[in-house]
Ligand binder design. Structure first.
Ligand code: NAP
Length: 473
């Protein structure tokens, strides 16, 4: 199969093509067009031409297009899940869950399209304001560049394309090189749903080459990026006055207090640590357990983790499959070995076979180790103890990241203390930090990013607030 670039409502051939391989068995999946800088400028021109039509399209029509896309996804759920499983090595169960969430995301986008509104402003609250009637409206920004990572190839595209279209913008999308097929599928759905040509364009190929054009071109009004902190910072520093939102990485922590019913929370925590091989921005990486229950917790956690089945992502009962690249397997192995050499105890895993890194549990990890303080983005967790709850909060906050944190406790005072003190974008009480539904505000502090997604909040980022004031007297 060969995939061209999607520009101006049609496929256009590229000057060169890259091989896309299945990360699990390394079989060739397709040849994917690699956009030249001229191709990217062509995509921006197509989006720029479509922007007036998008801005003038009534809200109900934008909503109907988004609803149709959600319907097509529902009709093709299994096929879309297989596409994700093949290009991202995401186990089919998780891939199906992602498609279901993508349907929700586009459905929420359709709802939001219908309720974008401003407010009246009480001008007479200030001396001199009397006799003026004022209100705000939210206008689309114009052309938005969306850059997405490999790990949720459909739903994270939806978190950018959904609100952008809901708000009447046009889009140039650059999906991750490893996961272009699901993005092209979405372009086809939008086209069939009646989105005007040029309102959504997809350019694949080298991130840095395409990014360079997107950052420099003045016709792009906003860059919405999800990916690694290094690339996010680079984009932020080179995008001039463009609006930039960044959804970056983390080394999420969960705290388990004394008195918590372990058999209830452990399966949840195992899922939060190892789902999709730990390649989730809010994957649990650091587990802090009260010292009175740490032995019992560790024993049960290891035994629950042993139940995970590793294998082919296309098999229904697979829980864990290959990491996205063999290079990431090697990096993970190095970080785990380093931690062990520096005093951590290995309780489970620690090795890889054919691209699959075994679910790995470490205890007593020195907090300076990379597996603790950097984003590991692999199926690796560590369990450390704490004595009092304030210490646990400090341990969670001792991180350059701050996306979400989870706290399990039966004590309302401790829960409220955590809500107040934790330096993160979202505090999950009696829930894992990996919890997300698609309409909630979502984003990080510190090196985890800036700006919020969750359709309503992304629409705010993707619109300009305009004030209109009438002198009535
Ligand atoms: P990545 O390497 O940063 O890539 C993300 C996207 O940026 C890809 O499309 C990539 O293209 C592109 N890119 C690379 N270099 C670029 C440059 N110089 N200019 C512009 N674009 C460039 O991240 P990843 O490995 O795909 O994803 C994993 C990371 O994403 C993790 O850190 C994870 O925590 C984070 N993440 C965050 C969230 C969140 O919501 N906070 C959600 C999911 C993932 P190529 O693929 O062609 O290199």
């Amino acid at each position: 199969m060969k995939k061209d670039l999607w520009i101006g409502g049609e496929y256009r051939s590229a000057a060169s093509y890259n091989e896309l391989k299945n990360p699990y068995n390394l079989e060739l999946l397709a040849k994917i067009g690699s956009a030249s800088q001229e191709d990217v400028r062509l995509a921006i021109s197509a989006a720029h031409q479509a922007k007036t039509m998008m801005a003038e399209m009534p809200a109900f029509e934008r909503a109907e297009i988004l609803e149709k896309v959600a319907r097509f996804l529902r009709d093709d759920l299994d096929e879309c899940a297989r596409l994700i499983a093949m290009e991202a090595a995401k186990p089919l169960k998780a891939a199906r869950a992602e498609v279901n969430r993508t349907i929700m995301t586009y459905t929420f986008a359709a709802h939001e399209a219908r309720r974008i509104h401003g407010e009246t402003v009480p001008m007479d609250a200030a001396p001199g304001g009397q006799g003026s009637l004022a209100f705000t409206v939210r206008e689309p920004l114009g052309v938005i560049a969306a850059i997405t990572p490999f790990n949720f190839p459909m739903n994270l595209v939806a978190h950018k394309v959904g609100p952008a279209i809901a708000a009447g913008n046009s889009v140039v999308l650059k999906p991750a090189s490893q996961t272009p097929l699901s993005a092209y599928r979405i372009a086809e759905y939008f086209h069939t749903a009646g989105l005007p040509a040029g309102a959504l364009n997809i350019v694949t190929g080298s991130g840095s080459k395409i990014g360079e054009v997107l950052m420099k071109d003045d016709r792009i009004k906003m860059i919405t990026f999800t990916g690694s902190p290094e690339v996010g910072r680079y984009i932020r520093e080179h995008s001039g006055l463009k609006r930039v939102t960044l959804e970056l990485g983390s080394n999420s922590a969960v705290v388990v207090d004394e008195g918590v019913q372990l058999n209830k929370v452990i399966p949840r925590i195992v899922n939060g640590a190892f789902a999709y091989q730990g390649q989730v921005c809010i994957s649990i990486q650091r587990i802090f357990v009260h010292e009175s229950i740490i032995d019992e917790f560790t024993e049960q956690f290891v035994s629950e983790t042993r139940k995970l089945k590793a294998g082919n992502p296309l098999e229904e009962d697979t829980d864990i499959s290959a990491m996205i690249t063999r290079g990431d397997v090697e990096r993970t192995k190095q970080w785990v070995d380093e931690a062990i050499n520096n005093g951590a105890d290995l309780r489970l895993g620690g090795n890889a076979e054919e691209g699959i890194f075994q679910p790995t549990v470490l205890v007593n990890v020195p907090l300076k180790e990379k597996v603790s303080c950097e984003e590991v983005f692999a199926p690796v967790v560590h369990i450390n103890s704490f004595r009092d709850f304030s210490e646990a909060i400090d341990l969670v906050n001792d991180s350059k990241y701050g996306l979400q944190a989870g706290i399990f406790t039966n004590d309302i005072h401790k829960a409220l203390q955590a809500a107040k003190k934790l330096e993160v974008g979202g505090v999950m009480i009696n829930e894992i930090p990996t919890f997300r539904v698609d309409q909630m505000p979502y984003g990080g502090v510190k090196m985890s990013g800036m700006g919020r997604e969750g359709i309503k909040y992304a629409v705010e980022e993707m619109t300009e607030l305009k004030l209109i004031s009438f002198k009535t007297e």
